[in-house]
Design a protein around this ligand. Structure first.
Ligand code: 13P
Ligand code: SF4
Length: 369
């Protein structure tokens, strides 16, 4: 392939310049028009962290668990334009029929946490763990992981979890094996295990880059092996934010996502998935005050939706999830206009071989949720 061929391929898969020249009104009205034209043949799921300009067009909003459940029962749509990140679109592809096509409006919408565990590292680490602990470990993966990792977990008897069912899934996992490998988010793993009564000294951290463990005790005492991964958005909430807020606004309740670090979760009043955060605020008394530790688009939306409550971000300088924010109105419109022209751009398609094993891990989760 010469340079001109490469340029041509790139220009086919990236946003044409004309979309930056359209007004918001023009783009919104075209998206509405295309949605009307396709009717039930097109379905747009949207994660709670998506921007308002995109989420307004979602046929269903949800956290990762709800969106996976919806996709699993979505039999009418021919096209699913997923407004979320890459691992969610992969999950949607695996949970839908082969003739249903899943589109991610911008392929750059990845997840830095999912990128912290690749399949080669996982196989290498698993071999090392088997060498130490033998056949006593069950792998669990947060859905924020690649399809290949979900496949690995499925093949080894394990399951997926989300932040909405992690307690239940970890409890189930301990009925299967003595030890659990939890990947790729060490914080969700640690926070959940502590809730179930596992002690911090019974958890080892596995560092994939060095293929080594961060653990000082006797390996025989390890019950949970935490993959050394994290969410770069939720790690930006720290204990200093909690302490400052407790001093300045002692009556404010602190509500965080369990992807936050252990010390932040322990010092907060409540922790739970994005859906839990939304429901807690829906049920909260008018006049109550809340500091929220999760992604910025959701916190800003909650502020707008609850004018009778005081809602602030736990970190006043919080960033959005930059990869979630790749999905914007121009990319959504472009992918839908291409569909209208009979062309599917940015299709997410997981191989049959990976899907077979990954579905085992997803189904084990869905049947227990
Ligand atoms: P939930 O949707 O499970 O709350 O997870 C948040 C998140 O970080 C998604 O990437
Ligand atoms: Fe990944 Fe964190 Fe963004 Fe969720 S918020 S998509 S875990 S980087």
């Amino acid at each position: 392939m010469d340079v001109l061929d490469i340029l041509e391929v790139e220009s086919e898969v990236s946003l044409p310049k004309r979309y930056s020249e359209l007004s918001v009104e023009e783009m919104e009205s075209r998206v509405k028009e295309i949605k009307n034209k396709f009717g039930e043949r097109l379905f747009i799921p949207g994660h709670h962290y998506q921007k308002d300009e995109v989420i307004q067009f979602a046929d269903a909003r949800g956290d990762s668990l709800k969106l996976a459940q919806i996709c699993a029962s979505m039999d009418k749509a021919e096209y699913i334009a997923f407004c979320g990140v890459h691992f969610m679109a992969e999950t949607a592809d695996m949970l839908t029929r082969p003739d249903q096509k899943v589109i991610l409006p911008d392929l750059r919408a990845g997840c830095s946490m999912a990128d912290m565990a690749d399949i080669d590292q996982t196989e290498r680490g698993w071999k090392k763990m088997q060498g130490i602990w033998g056949d006593t470990i069950l792998p669990l993966t947060y859905v924020n992981s690649t399809a290949a990792i979900k496949g690995f977990v499925g093949k080894n008897g394990g399951a997926c979890v989300t932040s909405g069912n992690a307690d239940k899934m970890l409890e189930w996992a301990f009925t299967q094996k003595e030890r659990i490998l939890f990947l790729p988010d060490q914080h969700l793993g640690r926070n959940t295990a502590v809730k179930l009564g596992v002690k911090l000294e019974e958890m080892a951290v596995y560092a994939p880059l060095t293929n080594s463990f961060e653990y000082e005790g006797d390996f025989e005492n390890v019950k949970v092996i935490l993959w050394k991964g994290h969410c770069s958005v939720h790690e930006k909430f720290n204990i200093q934010h909690v302490e400052n807020l407790r001093k300045q606004e002692p009556e404010m309740k602190i509500l965080v996502h369990p992807e936050c670090t252990y010390d932040v979760v322990q010092a907060s009043d409540l922790a739970g998935s994005t859906n839990f955060i939304i429901e807690t605020l829906n049920d909260a008394e008018p006049g109550s005050k809340w500091a929220i530790g999760t992604e910025m688009n959701l916190v800003n939306r909650l502020k707008d939706e609850h004018l009778d409550k005081t809602i602030v971000s736990l970190n006043p300088f919080m960033c959005p999830c930059l990869t979630m924010n790749r999905i914007d109105l121009p990319h959504l419109l472009w992918s839908l206009e291409k569909l209208e022209q009979g062309e599917v751009v940015n299709q997410i398609s997981v191989s049959q071989e990976v899907t077979k094993n990954a579905l085992l891990s997803l189904e084990r989760m869905l049947e227990r949720s």
